[in-house]
Design a protein around this ligand. Structure first.
Ligand SMILES: Nc1nc2c(ncn2[C@@H]2O[C@H](COP(=O)(O)OP(=O)(O)OP(=O)(O)O)[C@@H](O)[C@H]2O)c(=O)[nH]1
Ligand SMILES: [Mg+2]
Length: 201
């Protein structure tokens, strides 16, 4: 089964995207497999509402290890199963919490084996400083993603007024990426993301 991995900074909306995209594809409930850095695997059944309540939030590093959901999507006349994996957010700093450091390493480790990379950026934070820094973690993800040629960049939180004007900046900063504006919270832009995922599973 092919695996799509969702990466990005903490709080960019990765978990919200994973859960609402599962809902968009028709899931009412989700079985989430949690995999820690040490190889411990557990599985829990959630309604989508429960999962969002428990797993999304404003706290940085709410997600600390891999969380996978198996989803099903029609591709042409065939129904294809694929794994959608949410990850621990990655930032430039060496975090003082060992669990988070390991979570970030786990995210980076998965990138190599993932079949498709969904990189999420919070569009409301794409300001002039962001554009002028060419060595952020987002640039690292972008450079790796375009070389792999199985990569899409989602400009998230497009519903926020502060995000709207930043879309041209994001596209200019990452010119080789396929950029899709989305609102993970309100399921906007998902039709285009679905088409993109369908081509890569
Ligand atoms: N307005 C708005 N808020 C969003 C959107 N997507 C996520 N959020 C909010 O952003 C916050 C972080 O969302 P999460 O999905 O938990 O972010 P994350 O990237 O998984 O964060 P970590 O697990 O900490 O790395 C939550 O309060 C969400 O409600 C969006 O499209 N629009
Ligand atoms: Mg998360």
């Amino acid at each position: 089964m092919r695996e799509c991995v969702i990466i990005g900074r903490p709080n960019s909306g990765k978990t919200m995207f994973a859960l609402n995209f599962a809902g968009y594809l028709g899931a009412k409930n989700v079985d989430i497999t949690f995999r820690t850095y040490d190889g411990l695997t557990t599985c829990r059944h959630f309604s989508l509402a429960e999962a969002k309540r428990e797993l999304c939030g404003m706290t940085l590093h709410k997600t600390r290890f891999l969380q996978s959901i198996v989803l099903n999507m029609a591709v042409g006349k065939t129904a294809v199963n694929f794994k959608l994996t949410d990850t621990c957010g990655v930032s430039e700093q060496i975090h003082n919490d060992e669990e988070i450091r390991k979570g970030m390493a786990q995210t980076i480790g998965l990138l190599r084996s993932a079949d498709f990379i969904i990189h999420i950026i919070d569009l409301s934070l794409v300001n002039k400083d962001f554009i002028s820094s060419k060595i952020s973690i987002d640039h690292e993800f972008y450079n790796y993603g375009v070389v792999r040629n199985a990569y899409v960049l989602l400009g998230n939180k497009f519903d926020l007024v502060s995000a709207k004007d930043n879309l041209p900046r994001l596209a200019a900063a990452f010119p080789k990426a396929h950029v899709i504006p989305v609102s993970a919270l309100y399921c906007r832009g998902f039709k285009e993301v679905k088409a993109c995922v369908a081509r890569n599973i």
